[in-house]
Design a protein around this ligand. Structure first.
Ligand code: EPU
Length: 340
C-alpha cells in the first residue's frame, strides 16, 4: 500500500544537504508498488521525480510535485558459467555496497567504480565512470517500466546509447521510463585489471602491493577518492559539478595557445577532453568559500555545501564559475549535476 506524504523536507534525501521541500513524497519498495502508484491521480497529475541516492541533484527550490524514492532491492544471478556471470540487481540497491558485495565474491568488472555514491538504477542514466571504467563497460541490459502504461521493456547495452555521462534515459527517453533493474556482466576469473589511469598506478606503486587484484584496485580507488573528494556525509556535495568539456582538435589547437600547460586527453573519436577542474582552478576558484558554500580545496570540479547553504546560491556560484571559464578560455562548461 503506497503512502503518499505531504510537504516533506528533502535535506536527508540529497547529498548536497539542501533544505528544500517536496509537495508530495512516497517510497516504492517493489515493482508492484510502482504499478499501484502509476494509477493514482497524484502520479498522473503532478510533476514527478524519481529519486535514488540523491547524489547527482541540486535542488534550487522546493519541488512542486511528487518525489518517488526508489527502494527496490534484491540481487540474483541470472546466468553463469566457469568464467562469467550475469548479475541482476534491483535499481534501489546502493552502488558502493554492490561493489563491495562483488569483491567479496571475487567477481570483477566494477572495482574501479568503488565509493561512488548513489543507487544502481541511477548509474546507467548518467553512465557513471571513474578511473578508466564506465558503467557501460559492464552493462548487459537495463530493465525499465513505462511510467504511463506500466509496460516492461529490456534495453540491451547498445539500445541505451551510452556516451560520456550520457544515455538515452537522459535524452530522448527522459522521464518516460523508470529503471527497475540492471543486469551486469562480471568476470569470475581472469579479471581484466584496469590500472592505466595514472593515479591508480601511482597509488598501487606507493602501496607496494604484492599482487594486483580487483581488491587492491578497489582499495587504491577508495584511497584516491577519499584524498580528493569530500565525503558527502560530512560535507554536502554531488561529486563533479561539471562535465569535462570535449573539444574538436581544431578548437583545442586554438585554445591551447591561451595556456600551453593545459592538460588534455585524446578520446576514441579524435576529440580532446580538458579537465574542467584544471580550467576552474586556473580561474582562481579552487578552495574559495562564500559563506556556507564553496569550491572544494582538493578538487575544483566539486562544489560544496559546508552547512546551511542554499541550492540557489550554489547554482549562482556555478554560473559565475562557468562564465569565468568562458571569458578566460572560451570554453563552455556543461553541468553534470541535475539542476531542479
Ligand atoms: N585538475 C586540476 N585541478 C583540480 C582538479 C583537477 O588541475 O582542482 C586536473 C589535474 O590535471 C588532474 C586532472 O584534472 O590530473 C584530472 O583530475 P581527476 O583525476 O580528479 O579527474 P577529473 O577529470 O577531475 C573525472 C570524473 C570523476 C572521476 C575522476 C576519476 C568527470 C566530470 N569527473 O574527474 O567523476 O571520479 O575523473 O576518473 O568526468 C563524478 O562524476 O562525480 C566524478 C567524481
Amino acid at each position: 500500500m503506497i503512502h503518499v506524504q505531504k510537504n516533506i523536507q528533502l535535506k536527508s534525501f540529497n547529498t548536497f544537504g539542501i533544505k528544500a521541500h517536496a509537495r508530495y513524497f512516497c517510497v516504492i519498495h517493489s515493482e508492484q508498488d510502482l504499478e499501484e502508484l502509476i494509477k493514482l491521480p497524484v502520479f498522473k497529475n503532478e510533476k514527478r521525480l524519481f529519486l535514488g541516492g540523491g547524489s547527482n541533484i541540486l535542488f534550487t527550490k522546493d519541488f512542486d510535485g511528487l518525489i518517488i524514492k526508489n527502494e527496490l532491492t534484491g540481487k540474483a544471478i541470472v546466468e553463469q558459467d566457469e568464467d562469467r556471470l550475469l548479475l541482476n540487481v534491483k535499481s534501489g540497491e546502493n552502488w558502493h555496497q554492490l561493489v563491495m558485495f562483488c569483491l567479496k565474491n571475487d567477481w570483477g568488472g566494477i572495482e574501479n567504480l568503488s565509493l561512488i555514491p548513489g543507487t544502481v538504477g541511477a548509474a546507467p542514466i548518467q553512465n557513471i565512470g571513474a578511473y578508466g571504467v564506465e558503467m557501460k563497460d559492464v552493462i548487459e541490459n537495463v530493465e525499465v517500466i513505462n511510467v504511463t502504461s506500466g509496460a516492461k521493456t529490456i534495453f540491451n547495452n547498445a539500445a541505451c546509447s551510452f556516451g560520456y555521462r550520457e544515455s538515452i534515459f537522459k535524452t530522448q527517453l527522459k522521464e518516460k521510463y523508470f529503471i527497475s533493474s540492471v543486469t551486469l556482466s562480471l568476470t569470475k576469473k581472469n579479471h581484466q585489471l584496469n590500472i592505466n589511469y595514472g593515479a591508480i598506478k601511482d597509488t598501487l606503486l606507493q602501496q607496494q602491493v604484492a599482487a594486483i587484484t580487483i581488491q587492491t584496485i578497489s582499495d587504491a580507488v577508495v584511497k584516491i577518492r577519499k584524498s580528493k573528494l569530500p565525503d558527502p556525509s560530512l560535507v554536502g556535495n554531488a561529486g563533479s559539478f561539471f562535465k569535462n568539456p570535449t573539444l574538436t582538435y581544431d578548437e583545442f589547437t586554438r585554445i591551447k595557445k591561451i595556456d600551453t600547460s593545459m592538460p588534455y586527453y585524446t578520446t576514441e573519436n579524435q576529440s580532446v577532453k580538458i579537465p574542467a577542474g584544471w580550467l576552474i582552478e586556473q580561474c582562481g576558484w579552487k578552495g574559495k568559500r562564500i559563506n556556507n558554500i564553496g569550491v572544494h580545496q582538493h578538487q575544483a570540479l566539486v562544489l560544496v555545501n559546508y552547512g546551511d547553504g542554499n541550492g540557489e546560491d550554489i547554482f549562482e556560484l556555478s554560473t559565475q564559475i562557468a562564465s569565468s571559464v568562458k571569458d578566460k578560455f572560451d570554453i563552455i562548461l556543461a553541468t553534470e549535476v541535475n539542476i531542479v
